[in-house]
Design a protein around this ligand. Structure first.
Ligand SMILES: *Cc1c(COP(=O)(O)O)cnc(C)c1O
Length: 437
């Protein structure tokens, strides 16, 4: 499979190059040249296949010969090496719990797949590789854990100071070793801008072998398709209608992977983009005007994105047809107040504890189902509630049990380097770090 640059369609690369380079010229995102269809028997009878086999089949057409089948099988199996159950919350709404991985968030899936592909591709490389990544909360931890102690790879994570939860912060600052956390005095969009600029900076790239682990990287973006299949496998055994799929969205990589499975033949009734107050996409769906905004801080901080980078992939996937897109997807913007009320209500009514991101999704799906009676669906549960104890305890007046592994993590020391939201500072840091080694 080849991938083309969305900013320059003449530029095509294979999966290996797309993974290593992360983006093309003019900071363009890579996009698969063809959308491979699922085998019809396979997609209708997913329960006949193991999760590992589903993961392998989902990915193999995108990788081609770049990774031998037996290696890809192992990578696929490790990617889904924790449980991903679909649980019923109410009669109409189920949740796909994607938070049983090492950092208790769905980003573990993409980060595990990508880190393993990258270490396979770079095993013969003598230059040290730096994985540079901006995080609004969860990416950092997932990437840190995915790459921790992998020889030949340094990880540098930028995160917005005071904008991530204590658990998230520990997950990305306490590992040490080959992981460095930069605490940026700015917001996530600042972090993302600095990272993007580093990738196009000639003097940095002359010295360092830079790669990214953001959801713009195809090796992180594409494996997110896998759990849509795992959800459907469980859905098919319980329900007779096609699901409405509701995705809490920030950078829109997750939902974009869902659309991809839809175009490959996954039966879905409709998609919901559930956003917090950062409502660029819901706004676009109302007005057909895409207007990036400054991100504002909310309780669901991993979705505080004012200019989602995967939006261009979504447009490409829908052939730039606003009407087609608008028929398939509904956007909602849920404020913090409703998020807290949803956590409280769902706990009281169903005894289920949602994290703020999943609560945004629950509120959105509930709205849609009220407006469209007779349908059923599921939300993607993107984070464990324990990652956001303050919001959850405030809303539901309950104490959440902290898992043992997390208690140990919380006792560890935070190690960061604080920098202003200034690209020159990042540049200085990267070049210095390289010289010290
Ligand atoms: C990253 C993240 C999201 C948003 O996912 P995107 O792919 O960026 O849209 C939602 N919820 C949680 C908990 C996250 O960490």
């Amino acid at each position: 499979m080849n991938y083309y640059n969305l900013k320059n369609k003449q530029e095509t690369v294979d999966f290996k190059t797309a993974t290593i380079k992360s983006q093309g010229s003019q900071k363009g995102l890579f996009f698969p040249e063809t959308i491979p269809h699922f085998d019809e028997h396979f997609i209708k009878h997913l329960h006949l296949y193991s999760d590992e086999e589903i993961a392998f089949r989902c990915m193999k057409d995108f990788i081609g010969d770049d990774i031998p089948a037996e290696v890809l099988r192992t990578i696929a199996a490790e990617t889904v090496g924790f449980m991903i159950p679909l649980k019923k919350i109410s009669e109409q709404i189920s949740i796909l719990e994607l938070f049983h991985g090492p950092t208790l968030a769905f980003k573990d899936v993409g980060a595990r797949f990508m880190s393993r592909c990258l270490s396979y591709f770079l095993q013969d490389q003598d230059k040290k590789v730096t994985v540079l990544v901006a995080t609004s909360g969860d990416t950092g931890g997932a990437v840190a854990h995915g790459f921790y102690n992998i020889p030949g790879i340094n990880v540098v994570i930028l995160y917005p100071k005071n904008r991530v939860s204590p658990v998230q912060e520990k997950q990305l600052t306490a590992l040490g070793g080959n992981i460095t956390a930069l605490e940026v005095k700015g917001n996530f969009d600042d972090c993302q801008k600095m990272v993007k600029q580093a990738f196009s900076d000639e003097s940095i790239n002359a010295e360092l072998f830079l790669t990214s682990a953001n959801s713009i990287n195809v090796a992180r973006w594409l494996p997110q398709q896998i759990y849509y299949l795992l959800a459907l496998k469980q859905w098919q055994q319980k329900e007779s209608t096609d699901p409405v799929i509701c995705v809490p969205s920030g950078n829109f990589g997750n939902i974009c992977a869902g659309f991809l499975t839809y175009f490959r033949g996954l039966p879905a009734d409709h998609f919901i983009a559930a956003c917090n107050e950062n409502d660029v996409v819901p706004d676009y769906l109302k007005t057909n005007q895409y207007q990036p905004k400054k991100a504002s801080a909310t309780l669901s901080n991993a979705m505080d994105v004012g200019d989602p980078s995967n939006f261009t992939r979504i447009m490409e996937l829908f052939g730039h047809q606003f009407d087609t897109l608008n028929n398939m997807i509904t956007g909602y913007s849920i404020d913090d107040e409703s998020t807290l009320q949803t956590i409280k209500k769902v706990h009281e009514k169903y005894g289920y504890i949602l994290d703020p991101h999943s609560a945004v999704a629950f509120a959105s799906l509930e709205k849609y189902l009220n407006e469209n009676p007779g349908k059923k669906g599921f939300i993607l549960g993107t984070a464990h509630p324990v990652k956001f104890p303050e919001a959850v305890e405030k809303a539901a007046n309950i104490k959440i049990e902290i898992p043992e592994a997390l208690n140990n993590l919380m006792k560890k020391e935070k190690k960061t380097v604080e920098i202003p939201a200034d690209f020159e500072e990042l540049k200085r840091f990267l070049l210095n770090q390289n010289q010290e080694q």
